[in-house]
Design a protein around this ligand. Structure first.
Ligand SMILES: Nc1ncnc2c1ncn2[C@@H]1O[C@H](COP(=O)(O)OP(=O)(O)OP(=O)(O)O)[C@@H](O)[C@H]1O
Ligand SMILES: [Mg+2]
Length: 413
């Protein structure tokens, strides 16, 4: 016997609807909104898409409110912009705006109740709205405390609907704690159109903005800022800043990674220290731990570096995180320099993927990387065989180390 269908809720049976053919769907060519902060535009994929929902995550104090207030101020010249603040009072925001050089025509509402926020957005229909922060918005209909996962999820789902229906491009600010995801924005990542991560050490001036998810553009773009007393200043040429080593310094090498469309020179620093531990440490900041372990293993096996009894520490300049294998050779060169106690030759940059056999594989868009190295005055670019324009084509890791460090191969360990 077939079970009877449950009675429809509300007494009404849902009716089937006729789907459209995709070619019949009418699209509006959404002109992107220029945010007035070029680095933010770049990370968004060329500007803010109208009616999209963007989550901006970052640790406390990294500068989320500052960044978004700067963008709102710039956009408020040409369109209606609303800041909903649940965290700071309106006078506090005004003080910040004054420090950043004026508030333009930004409108502000200090409010935390979800229904009120949604009603206001539907009535006023600003072009852009910033909600600072999503964790402070709560609905009495949801039985849990403000900031809990169910409150945050409900707030984001409702705001998503309002953003799409009322055509409001909405930024949600979300806090991320060091250990990850306490009621944090991670639960929202699948809901929103873009997830931007604002990173950087609060105690250092440089901040990196990157897209973790983007329905309208690449997720590899990277924006670099410097935090100053008058706000965040974009760094249009981060290679100049991060890609410098001190001549003659042991354990430092320059590599060239590709972040989206942007080649970026980075200084890699390494320290190799004798260890008494049965399992010596391999600690990387800005480097994937598995990748680091592999590079150390290939160096031991194919370049005869005695790293088995040494701790290896690697650090990438400027708080940047490397997620692509093209930087392998630069990392290996820095470690080898530290292990041998020999500085990398002056004016050398290295990139290329290291294979498990010790042979190098060419990196994506090698010509652009070579171009960036040349632009910054690095004369000797070590790159895998077949890379056009590279001054020194190297076949294996061992060749690269000889070319980058010279023949003095006795270990200092
Ligand atoms: N007067 C000032 N001069 C220079 N820098 C300042 C000044 N005031 C604040 N800052 C910088 O701004 C940062 C705080 O920025 P902001 O409030 O935008 O961060 P946030 O990510 O919104 O933080 P929160 O999580 O607390 O909301 C501080 O860490 C500091 O570096
Ligand atoms: Mg803030």
């Amino acid at each position: 016997m077939v079970a009877e269908a449950p009675p429809p809720r509300g007494g009404r049976r849902p009716e089937a609807r006729a789907p459209l053919r995709l070619v019949e769907v009418v699209t509006e060519e959404a002109a992107r909104i220029t945010t007035g902060v070029p680095e933010l535009d770049r990370v968004l994929g060329g500007g803010l898409v109208p009616a999209s929902l963007v989550l901006v995550g970052g640790e406390p104090g990294v500068g989320k409110s500052t960044l978004l207030l700067m963008a709102l101020t710039a956009m408020s010249d040409t369109r209606r912009c609303l800041l909903i603040t649940g965290e700071e009072s309106a006078p506090q925001v005004k003080l910040r705006a004054e420090r950043l050089g004026g508030a333009g025509n930004v409108e502000i509402l200090a409010e935390t109740e979800l229904e009120t926020v949604c009603e206001t957005l539907e009535r006023d229909r600003p072009a852009v709205c910033v909600i600072d922060s999503v964790q402070t918005i709560w609905s009495p209909e949801v039985g849990s405390a403000p900031g809990s996962v169910s409150q945050v999820r409900e707030a984001a789902a409702r705001l998503l609907r309002v953003a799409k229906e009322a055509g409001v491009a909405t930024f949600l600010v979300g806090h991320v704690t060091k250990d990850g995801s306490v009621a944090g924005p991670r639960v929202l990542e699948h809901l929103v159109d873009c997830v931007l991560q604002f990173e950087g050490d609060r105690y250092h001036a440089h901040r990196v903005l990157r897209a973790v998810k983007n329905r309208f553009g690449s997720t590899n773009e990277l924006g670099v800022f410097e935090m100053t007393g008058t706000g965040l200043v974009g760094v249009p040429d981060p290679s100049e800043l991060f890609g410098r080593t001190h001549p003659g310094e042991v354990g430092a090498a320059v590599t060239c990674t590709l972040e989206g469309t942007r080649p970026l020179l980075l200084e890699i620093q390494a320290l190799v220290a004798p260890s008494d531990l049965a399992m010596p440490r391999r600690v990387g900041t800005g480097v994937d731990p598995k990748r680091l372990a592999m590079i150390v293993a290939v160096l031991s096996r194919h370049a005869a570096l005695p790293l088995g009894t040494a701790d290896v520490f690697v650090n990438v300049a400027g708080g940047v995180r490397i997620d692509e294998p093209g930087a392998d050779l630069g990392i290996a060169l820095a470690i080898a320099s530290a292990a041998k106690g020999v500085p990398v030759h002056d004016g050398v940059a290295a990139f290329g993927e290291i294979g498990l056999t010790g042979r190098l594989r060419s990196a994506a868009q090698a010509e652009r990387r070579v171009g960036e190295c040349r632009k910054l005055g690095l004369r000797t670019v070590l790159a895998p065989n077949g890379t056009k324009g590279a001054a020194v084509e190297v076949e294996t890791l061992r060749h690269a180390l000889v070319a980058g460090l010279g023949e003095r191969t006795n270990s200092s360990l």
